[in-house]
Ligand binder design. Sequence first.
Ligand SMILES: [Mn+2]
Length: 390
Amino acid sequence: MEKLLKGTKKLSQIISNASQNDERFILYGDADLDGISSVIILQETLELLNQNYKEKNKPIVYFPDRENDGYGITPTAIKKLKKYSPAVFVALDCGITNFEEIEELKREGFLTIIIDHHKVIGRLPKAEAIVNPKQKGEKYPFKKFSAAGVTYKISKYILESNYLEWSPDSFLELAALATLADQMPQEGENEEIIKQGLMALKYTKRTGLLALKEVTDYQEDLKSDVYQKIISPLNSSDRINDLTESYVLLTANSKRQARAIAKELYRKSIAKKEKIQKMLEEVEKRIRGNEVIIYEGDKNWLTVMIGIVASKICQKYKKPTFLFKYTENEAVCSARLPKGFDGVKAMQHCQDLLNSFGGHAPACGCRLKKENLEKFKDCLVNYFIEKQNE
Ligand SMILES: [Mn+2]
């Protein structure tokens, strides 16, 4: 018997049972390519389980508005979605730190399950089932999956244990793109997912991916084209009606619609690159060179960009990097850390100053009141100095 990630059986049983009873599903994913891929893999698994999910009883798909409402399960989203109760609420690529929101969803009558790969902070939310390779007591040897990688493994188990015919390729291509987009380590099982997924991408039948290849003049054997002409456009999408353009593209049936969205996304990815370059130059101008951490913010920066710029700065200066977008009354932070540093632990150390925080050791984020910005900086600097002296 193949080894499974902890929680797989229970979570799969919930999904299989609910689908047999034609119950409604809400697929709630993070709005980046990993979250979108996770949602699509599970949605297509549901369609294989029960034709109704393709026709009359389509799952409700929702991606939160990261720019305005923040990461994870948000109060705005709950307000909008509660009219669909009762339903099975699946959080994908988010949820593992949404303790209160999961409680709230349960009070609203949802059955909640979580498929995530972000760091567990202290306890687990009280969801009915959780699959997250980072949870305590996980015996599965490999733990560095993307959320789409985790979803792929769950879907495989569900489909195989229901004796359904399926082809892994259309899931693997998404899992591979998500693994690369989320910058998960290219080792262990990820290596296999990437290898098989990129092969599947070569022969993809997905209308949206075919359209992207066509409008970007994609070169099959150029690895940089996977990033520049597929991943970057798919990570440059805006929201439309609680969905994202990339989701619409990757699930499109119409070639015409797919081509139009693909063109638009490619254009946006190029414009984004220019904006990132500008922002990068701006941050670099502010760096003095003797700081323990890089800690900068601006109200004109975009939330979707601070993470990418923080990555580049961190790579170049090899220092813990915290960049902020200032909103009206909050500061939204995206942090990137060099090898050997753990940003989630650092934030946990300063958690009294934060409204929320979470993510991975090398890439994480938080939100705080603007009045706490100076204190937070001091707290982080002290933390990292102490660490150095350990
Ligand atoms: Mn992810």
